[in-house]
Design a protein around this ligand. Structure first.
Ligand code: ATP
Length: 629
């Protein structure tokens, strides 16, 4: 038996055709691999959710309104100090050169202004950092909460790598918008104030500066445009690389088995040249900006200084005023920081758009109606239709599973069995129709009670928890040790768990599990949390026939009694059930006892491809009902 190190949540990508395994991440909706924003009706999710991105940024600003206001005040006062300093320095210089009374008071004022500026800048940086972190984590929580509320089917529109990028980098970048806007105001005050101060000192100096301003403006605008473009392209390619890598790692075994490691490596790394191009472009844009800025800004300052020198020689300016003027010219040239902030706002908005797309996921509606106490677990599907990828995969399904009975759902591959299981356990909602548990529509039921009352086991369970025992106990509530062990016994998992180095206390990371062992742990988890309805979605497919029969018996005798819905591929599973619902092309073709359906050639043909090793260990009768109940 192949043994693989257990990686919680790791699943192989679905094979291109044929029977596809069900896993918890899929849960009724395939992650449409390599097509991260494709939605059900075949259209692409909007890449331009402008208004909702803006609303999200406004909400983030409201969330951190107090801190953002503080940052705005702090940076405005800092700008005030920066603007007052050149005038004070100039005046102090004039006093020192003997044009007035003692300069000590002014020197002290200069020192105070410098000290205040440094302190305020440090304080602003501190508050900005913490505000950004808080806003980012708030956005991240919003996104994650909505993702969970939307249910697995809707979440599967996004690939895991893409989701990680949206919830980490994008949320963090969007979270910086409020502080960028707050400091942007001050960034505007400083160059404007510098220009006005320049005009106050001497109109000629302001005129010289303004003459060079268009060139400065054009240069800054070009920088903002090309840098924002290259940065966003770079980020997009980075996200694509991450998505490909996550996908390849998830399917590492398939890749190894197919011997396509080299091809897969090439596919993962295919965006690298584009990444390199965009990276180079980013640095080129930056380097060009440094050179151009390094020439233009000193040129402007030199022009102001030259004209100032002439005005000084003519006696129209004092030495102190000339000193102040050069400083104000430098401050006025700092208009670049405004453009830089605009640039970050543009990037934050783009990032917010990607976060907002998560928030646009429809949340599954829930109600507060309690399920009737001691209800038998009667499951009813009324006219249930489900559309996936533009096709109706369930069409007007009517099905009643009486409380306390077991119904096996059979059908050819792609008939809609897993989607039906997902609808029955409320992992996804039907497009039309209704699902009721003990007479309560699932959409109106209390979600907490629903999760306690519906147990689920999958073909490829994802394990959560620190230890093997913890993984079995993981769920809406934590069963105690004896209940965990009883569930593991029922799932035929107890024996192999006890052989692990620390038994139930073995860390999951130290427990290499075969496919069958993994399935048995998933079954044990479902048994430990069995409520009035238990849905087993092909959850015994990797078990050998003997173990499967043992688990089937235990399910009847040792697990809390209730209604069972089994997705079955084996004759033996169908034969053990009280009734069989036979699905064909998304419709219920027939419902009845296996023995009766077995008379139909089409029904027998459903199991025609059944592998030999799934035959019953006991002699099977010609009608396929030899399975022990
Ligand atoms: N998210 C999705 N997007 C598009 N099509 C989907 C999606 N989920 C399921 N389908 C399609 O719906 C149909 C029914 O899928 P389902 O997984 O329920 O089949 P199944 O009967 O369980 O098949 P199998 O026995 O092979 O697992 C299939 O054609 C499948 O490709």
């Amino acid at each position: 038996m192949a043994t693989t190190p257990r990686t919680p949540g790791a699943t192989d990508p679905a094979p291109p055709d044929g029977h596809r395994p069900r896993d918890e991440g899929r849960a009724g909706g395939d992650a449409r691999a390599r097509d991260n924003v494709r939605v059900d009706d075949g259209t692409r999710a909007r890449d331009t959710a402008g208004p909702s991105a803006d609303r999200l940024l406004l909400a983030a600003a409201r969330h951190s309104a107090g801190r953002t206001t503080a940052i705005c005040l702090l940076s405005t006062v800092t700008a005030g100090c920066a603007l007052a300093l050149p005038a004070a320095l100039g005046h102090t210089l004039d006093l020192t050169l003997g044009h007035g009374p003692s300069p000590y008071l002014w020197t002290a004022l200069c020192a105070a202004l410098i000290g205040a500026e440094v302190l305020l800048e440090a304080l602003t940086a501190f508050v900005t950092g913490t505000t950004n972190a808080r806003a980012g984590s708030w956005l991240r929580r919003l996104g994650a909460r909505r993702l969970l509320a939307a249910g697995p089917h809707h979440a599967s529109r996004f690939t895991p790598g893409d989701l990680v990028t949206r919830l980490t980098g994008n949320a963090a970048e969007a979270g910086t918008a409020p502080t960028t806007a707050a400091t942007g105001l001050a960034a505007l005050i400083t160059p404007l104030g510098g220009l006005i101060a320049l005009a106050f000192i001497d109109l000629w100096l302001a005129a010289v500066f303004l003459a060079g301003a268009p060139a400065l403006f054009l240069f800054l605008r070009a920088f903002a445009r090309s840098s924002s473009d290259s940065v966003s392209r770079y980020q997009r390619v980075q996200g694509e690389l991450a998505a490909r890598l996550v996908e390849a790692l998830g399917g590492a075994r398939t890749v190894a088995a197919a011997g396509t490691a080299r091809r897969e490596r090439d596919r993962v790394l295919a965006p690298l040249p584009e990444l390199s191009t965009q990276g180079r472009r980013m640095w080129q844009v930056y380097g060009r900006a440094v050179v151009q800025g390094g020439i233009l800004v000193p040129l402007l300052q030199t022009a102001v200084l030259a004209v100032g020198g002439v005005r000084l020689a003519a006696g129209d300016l004092s030495v102190g005023e000339l000193l102040a003027a050069t400083r104000y010219a430098a401050l006025a040239a700092g208009v670049g920081s405004v453009i830089g902030r605009l640039n970050s706002l543009v990037r934050s908005r783009a990032a917010a758009r990607r976060t907002a797309e998560l928030l646009a996921l429809p949340a599954m509606p829930y109600g507060t109606r309690p399920l009737p106490p001691d209800g038998p677990g009667r499951l009813e599907l009324r006219g249930v239709s489900v559309t996936r990828g533009g096709c109706e995969v369930l069409r007007g399904v009517d099905l009643v599973v009486p409380g306390g009975t077991t119904t096996a759902v059979v059908g050819r591959s792609g008939a809609g069995k897993s989607v039906l299981a997902a609808v029955a356990g409320r992992l996804t909602d039907p497009g039309s129709g209704q699902v009721l548990l003990d007479g309560v529509p699932l959409t109106e039921a209390d979600p907490v009670q629903l999760r306690r009352e519906i147990g689920y086991a999958f073909e490829r369970p994802a394990l959560f928890g620190d230890t093997v025992g913890g993984a079995v106990a993981f769920g809406a509530y934590a069963p105690d040790g004896p209940a965990v062990e009883a569930a593991a016994r029922a799932a035929s998992a107890d024996r192999f768990i006890r052989l692990l180095p620390r038994g139930y206390g073995t860390a999951l990371a130290d427990a290499p599990l075969s496919g069958g062992e993994l399935q048995r742990l998933g079954l044990a988890r479902a048994f430990a949390h069995a409520g009035r309805l238990l849905v087993l979605d092909d959850a015994t497919s990797s078990l050998d026939s003997v173990t499967e029969v043992q688990v089937g018996r235990a399910l009847v005798g040792e697990v809390r009694a209730g209604t069972r819905l089994l997705i079955a591929h084996r004759v033996s599973s169908a034969a053990r059930a009280d009734r069989v619902a036979w699905l064909e092309n998304g419709r219920v073709r027939a419902v009845g006892p296996h023995e009766e359906l077995w008379q139909l050639a089409d029904y027998r043909a459903v199991f025609a491809d059944e592998p030999e090793d799934s035959a019953e260990p006991e002699a099977e009768r010609a009608d396929g009902t030899g399975a022990a109940r």
